[in-house]
Design a protein. Structure first.
Length: 336
């Protein structure tokens, strides 16, 4: 497309809408981070540092996009052809977003490793894709710093195609694997199956948004390469990743409290006590006790504290029924 045929509606207009959505999601991220530090201030220092790093990266991500919009719409508002000129903050935004994305995928890889009874196959596959994605993104950003027009992206557009494709695959594998792993824990017991269903829905919802957004980035760039529609989706992609982790952390107690009011028949469990009461006490203890994890079990405590799925599954009742696959009980204790 010739420079004269560029219009603001499909270029700056699309980027502005992406910036608008980014600003809203950044507000949600900040609220989620504030809620986390307020309610879980006694979590392990490493976990709190991880959340702080993610929030700082997310703040820089929003600042980079805001500067780009200011550069195009304020500083150079009288120059219509400025829309073709790349600004450094766009390439910086790509680097920052991929740094936070790989941290988030690392957390989800850890979940897959625990849910798969410490199998390295899928986590290693996702980790390999994630490493390629971040290298691909940094290569793309460095190449972008040396071009004078967005039209020159066509010279190395294969980088975008491969990067977006791998991103879609990684997010899809994470979402589907979590669903299938959790499904194995169905036992035929009504209470256990209801808890598993809640966790399955929770995992799918947190992974589905990022998968769809990454797919939209790929589709819009493939079909509209000379427009900035893909910018709108790419701007919010990193925000969805960070929000999924913060929501994941803040939901630790919420998931338990949601299920706690349900009464359980005495028959299957023997005592009639809700099995998630133990989970609730464990969560409360992790947030209210002054002592951090000990050296002997610090890794296990960090693993359960960081993930509501793991801590909930590790405390479900271990009775099975005839509906259990192959008559074998899932090894729930391996998750703890």
């Amino acid at each position: 497309m010739e420079a004269a045929h560029f219009n603001f509606n499909s270029t700056l207009g699309a980027a502005f809408l992406g910036h608008f959505a980014t600003a809203i999601l950044y507000g949600i991220t900040s609220l989620q981070a504030f809620t986390y530090f307020k309610q879980y201030f006694r979590d392990p220092p490493l976990l709190r540092l991880l959340v702080l790093v993610l929030w700082i990266l997310d703040t820089l991500h929003a600042a980079m996009i805001t500067y780009a919009m200011y550069f195009y719409m304020v500083i150079n508002f009288a120059d219509p052809l400025i829309v073709l000129r790349p600004v450094w903050s766009v390439w910086g935004m790509i680097m920052i977003s991929n740094l936070s994305n790989i941290i988030v995928r690392g957390i989800f890889c850890h979940r897959l490793w625990r849910l798969s009874r410490k199998s390295w196959i899928l986590p290693a596959f996702v980790a390999t894709l994630s490493l390629y994605i971040i290298v691909d993104a940094f290569y793309f950003a460095v190449r972008g710093l040396h071009i004078d027009s967005y039209l020159e992206i066509h010279q190395f557009s294969w980088v975008l195609y491969v990067g977006f494709t791998f991103e879609v695959i990684a997010d899809f594998v994470i979402t589907v694997a979590q669903y299938l792993y959790l499904r194995r824990f169905r036992t035929g017991i009504r209470f256990t199956d209801s808890v598993v269903s809640v966790l399955m829905l929770y995992c799918v919802n947190t992974g589905l948004l990022t998968s769809v957004c990454a797919l939209l980035c790929l589709i819009t760039y493939a079909t509209l390469p000379d427009m900035y529609v893909y910018f709108a989706f790419y701007f919010v992609l990193s925000k969805l990743y960070v929000n999924s982790v913060l929501a994941n952390l803040n939901a630790r107690a919420i998931i338990v409290e949601t299920m706690a009011p349900q009464n359980v028949d005495r028959g299957p469990f023997g005592s009639g006590q809700n099995p998630l009461e133990k989970t609730h006490k464990q969560l409360t203890s992790s947030s209210s006790s002054g002592a951090g994890p000990s050296s002997s079990n610090g890794r296990a405590q960090f693993s359960t504290v960081i993930d509501p799925v793991i801590i909930t599954m590790s405390n479900l009742p271990r009775q099975t029924s005839a509906l259990t696959l192959e008559g074998k009980e899932p090894e729930l204790h391996d998750l703890a």
